[in-house]
Design a protein around this ligand. Structure first.
Ligand code: TYM
Length: 332
C-alpha cells in the first residue's frame, strides 16, 4: 500500500493556503487511498524566533484543526513530531549525508534568512539544517508520496537526492519519495500582495485568511483584496496576479477551472463576492467542528498519544537500519 507523509508547522494560525494547498487533499483523498501519516512538526517551529507558550498553543490548535478538517484517526495517523524521537535521531544522519551548499541553495532558507537579517535578528543554525529534519520526517516512514503545496517541492526534491545518495553509499535503506501538488491552488497568494505566498507567519494579516476567521472577517479580507488595473476578469498570473489568485481560490472551492471561471465574470466586484461566499462556506464546517473538538481536549490528547505510538513503531526499524548502515555500533 502506498505510504504518505505530510506535515504542518505550528508557527502561526493555519491559513486558507495550508488548507487548499495541502490539508484538504489529505482529508478528502489521501487518507482514504493510502497508509497516511500527518504530523504537526513542532521541532520545525523552533528554527525561527519563537515564544514557547505560543508554539505549544499553536501545536494543539493545529492538531485540532487537522481533525476538524476531516482527518480521521481510524483511517490515518495524526501525531506531533517531538513525541517521536526518531525524527531528531535520523535528522543528524541526514545532515551527515547532505552538504552545506545544498542547504544554502534552498529558496526558503535564502528568503527567511534574508528577512531575519534585514530585521536585525540572528539566523538560527537549525534554519539552515531544516531540510535535513524535513527529510528525516519523510524517510523515517518510508513514504512514497508527500502531498504539499508548491513551496515545499524543493525540500522534497532534496529529500529524494539524500535518499538516493544514502542508498548508493551505504546500501538500500530508504524509499525514494516524490512530492505531489494539488491541481489548483498549489500556491495561494497573499490577498494584499498577490506576488507573494499567503504565509501563516507573515506579520501583515490583512491579506491572509485564517481557517478560524469569523465569516465577516473572511468576507472583508476578500472584498478588500488587491486586484489589478483594467476591468476585465482574465486568468493571467503574470499580468493580473490578484485576479488570478481569486480565480484559483474560487476554482479550488467549487471544483472548477480558473480559466473557464474567468469568462463567467464581468466585474472584479462580482468575482470577489462569489469568492468570499465560497470560502465562507468551505470553512464553515471546519470552524464548527474545531469549536466542538476544542471543547474536548482529552480526545485530542488521546488521538495524539495513540498516533505517536503508531508512528514510533513505524519509524524505529527504518532509523535503526540507517544507523547500522552508516556505521554506528548497535547498542548491545
Ligand atoms: P507549512 O507549515 O508552511 O505548510 C503546510 C502545508 O501547506 C502548504 N502551504 C500552501 N499551499 C498553497 N498555498 C499557500 N499559500 C501555502 N502555504 C502553505 C505547504 O506547502 C505545506 O504542504 N516544511 C513544511 C512542513 C514539513 C513537512 C515535512 C511537509 C515539515 N516536515 C515533511 C511535508 C513532509 C512547512 O513548513 O509547511
Amino acid at each position: 500500500m502506498t505510504r504518505i507523509f505530510s506535515g504542518v508547522k505550528p508557527t502561526g494560525h493555519l491559513t486558507l493556503g495550508n488548507y487548499l494547498g495541502a490539508v484538504r487533499q489529505w482529508a478528502e483523498t489521501d487518507q482514504h487511498r493510502a497508509d497516511a501519516l500527518f504530523c504537526v512538526v513542532d521541532l520545525h517551529a523552533l528554527t525561527v524566533e519563537h515564544d514557547p507558550a505560543r508554539v505549544r498553543r499553536l501545536s494543539r490548535q493545529a492538531a485540532t484543526l487537522l481533525l476538524a478538517a476531516g482527518l480521521d484517526p481510524a483511517l490515518c495517523t495524526v501525531f506531533v513530531q517531538s513525541h517521536v524521537d526518531e525524527h531528531a535521531r535520523l535528522s543528524f544522519v541526514l545532515e551527515c549525508t547532505a552538504t552545506d551548499g545544498e542547504m544554502r541553495r534552498m529558496i526558503q532558507y535564502k528568503e527567511k534568512s534574508a528577512r531575519a537579517r534585514a530585521a536585525g535578528e540572528s539566523v538560527r543554525l537549525s534554519l539552515l539544517t531544516y531540510p535535513a529534519l524535513m527529510a528525516a520526517d519523510i524517510l523515517a516512514y518510508g513514504a512514497d508520496e508527500v502531498p504539499v503545496g508548491d513551496d515545499q517541492t524543493q525540500h522534497v526534491e532534496l529529500t529524494r537526492d539524500l535518499a538516493v545518495r544514502f542508498n548508493q553509499r551505504y546500501g538500500h535503506t530508504f524509499v525514494v519519495p516524490k512530492a505531489t501538488n494539488p491541481q489548483v491552488a498549489a500556491r495561494v497568494m497573499d490577498l494584499q500582495d498577490p506576488t507573494s505566498k499567503m504565509g501563516k507567519s507573515h506579520a501583515a494579516t490583512a491579506g491572509i485568511v485564517y481557517l478560524l476567521d469569523e465569516p465577516e472577517v473572511v468576507r472583508k479580507k476578500i472584498m478588500r483584496a488587491v486586484t489589478d488595473s483594467g476591468r476585465e476578469v482574465e486568468y493571467d498570473r503574470e499580468e493580473k496576479p490578484g485576479v488570478a489568485n481569486l480565480l484559483d481560490v474560487l476554482a479550488a472551492c467549487e471544483g472548477g477551472n480558473p480559466e473557464e471561471l474567468a469568462g463567467v465574470y464581468e466585474s472584479y466586484g462580482a468575482l470577489k463576492k462569489d469568492t468570499a461566499e465560497a470560502v465562507v462556506e468551505l470553512l464553515r464546517p471546519v470552524r464548527e467542528r474545531h469549536a466542538e473538538l476544542a471543547a474536548d481536549p482529552g480526545y485530542v490528547d488521546k488521538v495524539l498519544r495513540e498516533g505517536a505510538e503508531r508512528a514510533r513503531g513505524m519509524a524505529r526499524p527504518t532509523v535503526d537500519a540507517a544507523y547500522r548502515a552508516i556505521g554506528l555500533l548497535p547498542a548491545g
